[in-house]
Design a protein around this ligand. Structure first.
Ligand code: TMP
Length: 213
């Protein structure tokens, strides 16, 4: 489905710095005069945030298929209620995580059939595709270092083997997808920020006549 606005997705393993970069980019584009919304998955509205709480609560035991379906339910709600209306209004939508997370975590990580995930992703997004996906990949050592004093949610409590599979998933999926760029997230925040802005320009994200500003 094609809309007037622009849809930018930030992807990558936990603690790769994508929230920091999404906030920086949102501020940069807003200062340029664009109408921007910054949102996230799972979540983005009341119902989807309620689903997020179920998914991330370390006290919950969730079966792999229930986990996938909950992520997809949150995605359907968020896409219909938040993303599509904003794109229709000509805004720039910056979203932390989207369909690629289900492929990396539930596909590569949990071993669920990728065809099933792709079909559910298409249904849950009403075929709404990102104009650009930036995949932030950092070394696993930073996951532990950055998380030393942080609370770990249910997914972050998965072991190194799970993280390894999920990380490989990101690399393999990103290499095959169009409008997708891998960003080396081991570098300082300011260097990554420069790369993000270069990629936004290189992909003509800001050229659309119809974008609200
Ligand atoms: P985050 O928003 O703080 O990154 O947390 C979301 C967690 O949920 C993160 O560990 C990745 C995971 N996740 C999936 O496993 N599948 C998905 O489809 C999405 C969107 C997130």
């Amino acid at each position: 489905m094609k809309h007037q606005g622009k849809f930018i997705v930030f992807e990558g393993p936990d603690r790769c710095g994508k929230s920091t970069q999404a906030t920086i980019l949102g501020k940069y584009l807003t200062e340029l005069g664009y109408e921007v919304i910054t949102t996230r998955e799972p979540g983005g509205d009341k119902v989807a945030e309620d689903i997020r709480n179920i998914l991330l609560d370390p006290k919950n035991t969730v079966s792999p298929m229930a986990e996938l379906l909950l992520y997809e339910a949150s995605r359907a709600q968020h896409t219909e209620q938040v993303i599509i209306p904003a794109l229709r209004a000509g805004k720039i939508v910056i979203c932390e995580r989207y369909t690629m997370s289900s492929c990396a975590y539930q596909g590569y990580g949990r071993g669920i059939d990728m065809d099933v995930i792709n079909q559910l992703n298409d249904i849950a997004t009403y075929d709404t595709k990102p104009d650009l996906t930036l995949v932030f990949l950092m070394s696993d050592k930073y996951f532990t270092q950055r998380g030393e004093y942080l609370f770990s949610d249910r997914l972050e409590q998965e072991d190194e083997a799970f993280r390894h599979k999920m990380r490989r998933g990101y690399r393999e999926i990103a290499a095959k997808m169009s409008n997708t760029v891998i960003i080396d997230a081991d570098r300082p925040v300011a260097d990554i920020e420069k790369t993000v802005i270069e990629e936004i320009k290189r992909h003509n994200i800001l050229e659309g006549e119809s974008l609200s500003r």
